[in-house]
Design a protein around this ligand. Structure first.
Ligand SMILES: C[S@@+](CC[C@H](N)C(=O)[O-])C[C@H]1O[C@@H](n2cnc3c(N)ncnc32)[C@H](O)[C@@H]1O
Length: 291
């Protein structure tokens, strides 16, 4: 993404109308943007600062902005279904993806999670991402390059993650394994060897049977502990004068996140013991325990 404040030719921007609806366009010198029968020359936008009001031929005013990461993801071309911003925000936190981390991801899909991981690992880290489908891999790379340029620390591979998880040339294990594909339990035996001790596994699946198979596979692998599963609900609010209330619509379900740590076997592996630890993990400790 350009660091300059002014828009330049080749950049993808969003036009926002008075109802905050966003429309994506890629600026190109000499071209014209058409909206509801009104027009504006791209040249009238190129060179203007991020956040400017632009006026279309019929007098309609719109805001021209560089999209935030969340807005970009919602409007970018999709091959596979992307993760929603609410989940993209949480995954780097719960997988504890830090600057400099070596992360394995599968499947790349449309590249939304890949970008969230690249932003979290920074320039010193590495993201290796597997995608089984050539067409999805291509769409993802275009999406990523349009928003982040060509990240030198991204290793995108057209591979089947169920067949194995190859280490990089230096042979060092991964710090994190992050999965958004239909059968993460098929990757878990490979993740068990490719992750470093203390490393974190995270997977995202939309249904309960998938969660059950995932947790059972983590338990079978014996090297995973501190296993937790949760979902996130984000409810936006309408604030207009004295009419202050939750919006009528929300994304009521996207999927379940399961996290686990690769640890020495022998402690906190049974379901019963995990149940006892439940209150002090996702929700944090009870107030009385803090005092
Ligand atoms: C839900 S999409 C991932 C979306 C992605 N997280 C995003 O935010 O754009 C799941 C992807 O996993 C890929 N996939 C499925 N099985 C796979 C496998 N065994 N190895 C690699 N990729 C796989 C699918 O082709 C699909 O693109």
């Amino acid at each position: 993404m350009p660091a300059m404040s002014q828009f330049s030719s080749g950049e993808r921007i969003h036009l926002v109308d008075h109802k905050s609806r966003q429309y994506a366009l890629t600026l190109k010198a000499g071209e014209t943007y058409q909206f509801s029968g009104q027009k504006i020359a791209h040249d009238a936008i190129i060179g203007r600062p991020d956040g400017s009001i632009v006026v279309l031929s019929g007098g309609k005013k719109m805001l021209a902005v560089r999209p935030t990461f969340g807005d970009y993801v919602l409007k970018m071309p999709r091959g596979a279904q992307v993760l929603y911003p609410k989940d993209l925000a949480l995954i780097p936190m719960w997988a504890d993806v830090y600057p400099g981390a070596r992360v394995f991801e599968a499947g790349t899909g449309s590249g939304a999670l890949t970008m969230a991981l690249l932003r979290a690992v920074g320039t010193r880290g590495t993201v290796v991402t597997y995608e089984a489908r050539e067409d999805f891999a291509r769409t993802a790379l275009t999406n990523i390059e349009r928003y982040l340029g060509t990240p030198p620390n991204l290793v995108p591979l057209r591979r089947n993650a169920y067949e194995g998880l190859e280490l990089l040339e230096d042979g060092l294990p991964f710090d994190r394994v992050v999965l958004d594909l239909p059968e993460p339990w098929q990757v878990i035996p490979h993740a068990a060897t490719a992750l470093r001790s203390g490393g974190i596994y995270l997977s995202f699946v939309p249904t309960v049977p998938q969660v059950i198979q995932t947790v059972e596979a983590l338990e079978r692998a014996t090297v995973f502990g501190m296993i937790e599963t949760f979902e996130t609900l984000l409810r936006t609010w309408s604030v207009q004068g004295r009419s202050v209330r939750p919006d009528h619509r929300m994304v009521a379900h996207s999927g379940f996140i399961t996290v686990a740590r690769k640890v020495e076997p022998g402690l906190l592996t049974s379901r019963q013991e995990r149940g006892m630890a439940e209150d002090v993990s996702v929700n944090g400790p009870e107030r009385e325990e803090e005092e």
